[in-house]
Ligand binder design. Structure first.
Ligand code: SAH
Length: 313
């Protein structure tokens, strides 16, 4: 009796301590959530997890800063749907390593494109169409030699099953011997509605798939990677950021490098004077016409210096 009475008293004291410690702590966190410091116009409010004692400056148009933690997206296998409403452009990617692609599309500008329902991306694991229960999608090459080749049957079945669902304007194979990806190509592809991208692996894919199904072959540069996933992600990113409405300022993609065969002008942010290195005076003038002229001149100068070949194209 005496013992259980003591227990009750201890439990009461323990509960009061918990209330004091955690109740107060959560109160102060809540206060922090609601407050913001005054920043110049256009700069966002203080992120939730930033302490008021030691606020860090951060920027609006640059991604990956002060974002809410990611919710884990659907498991990569057996295929993941990234967005499924009101799409402008749908991209289906066939890959033996879908996990490699998932995070490329879950951050930054492409994430925003999906959230705004302007871009739909589906990644299809090729092993869903494997020829046996071991998930086989590759085999030795005829004529001998090191390296496996991706088999016809799984690829043909994957492509045909997707084609049954919709018409694809292009079935693209990422390949080092394809056309070199450039800005005009990305611009043109961003006008399409349905694209399919095949990422190769090992030695590549059986030539007959290239001859009979592929409508376009694209390389991301004169070097060889171990798989087509990164090239597919590069192509998707280059296209996705161009979709109208994806970038905050819709015209900003137009001022990026390679549009109009010019490199982008230099850019600066606060502070105006860092270690005595000053931002060009004209950018602080507030005169849009003069700033535009300065930027054009700076673009021209940079292009002449770094990529003169662009000016003669
Ligand atoms: N044996 C091939 C390279 C195979 S690399 C050759 O010499 O041409 C395996 C896969 O990675 C390719 O099928 C392709 O899908 C992808 N890949 C590698 N480098 C690439 C690049 N620069 N551009 C696009 N895709 C690439």
């Amino acid at each position: 009796m005496y013992f259980s009475g003591l227990c009750r008293v201890y439990f009461l004291i323990y509960s009061i301590c918990l209330w004091v410690v955690f109740g107060k702590a959560s109160g102060s966190v809540r206060e922090g959530f609601g407050s913001s410091r005054s920043l110049p116009e256009g700069f966002p409010k203080k992120p939730r997890n930033q302490s008021m004692e030691n606020p860090k400056p951060y920027r609006t148009n640059i991604e990956g800063i002060s974002k809410k933690p990611e919710k884990k997206s659907a498991k990569a296998y057996p295929g993941f749907l990234i967005q499924n409403k009101f799409f402008t452009l749908r991209i289906d990617i066939i890959s033996v390593l879908p996990e490699l692609l998932e995070s490329s599309f879950s951050h930054s500008i492409l994430k925003r494109a999906r959230e705004k329902n302007l871009l739909e991306i589906f990644v299809h694991p090729l092993r869903n169409w494997a020829v046996n229960e071991y998930g086989q999608v590759d085999d030795y090459q005829y004529g001998g030699g090191a390296g496996m080749v991706m088999m016809c049957e799984p690829l043909a079945n994957a492509i045909e099953s997707l084609k049954k669902e919709r018409d694809y304007e292009e079935i693209i194979f990422m390949s080092p011997d394809g056309e070199l990806l450039n800005q005009p190509m990305a611009n043109a592809l961003s006008m399409k509605e349905n694209l399919m991208i095949i990422s190769g692996h090992y030695k590549g894919i059986d030539e007959r798939i290239r001859e009979h199904y592929i409508t376009r072959e694209i390389s991301i540069g004169d070097y060889v990677l171990s798989g087509g996933e990164l090239p597919a992600a590069v192509l998707t990113d280059a296209i996705g950021r161009l979709l109208p409405g994806v970038l905050n300022d819709e015209t900003s993609a137009l001022f990026d490098s390679f549009q109009d065969n010019l490199l982008a002008p230099p850019v600066y942010t606060r502070p105006a004077d860092f270690k005595g290195w000053k931002v060009p005076e004209i950018l602080l003038s507030g005169d849009p016409a003069k700033i535009a002229e300065w930027r054009y001149e700076a673009s021209l100068r940079k292009t002449k210096e770094k990529r003169p070949g662009l000016l003669s194209d």
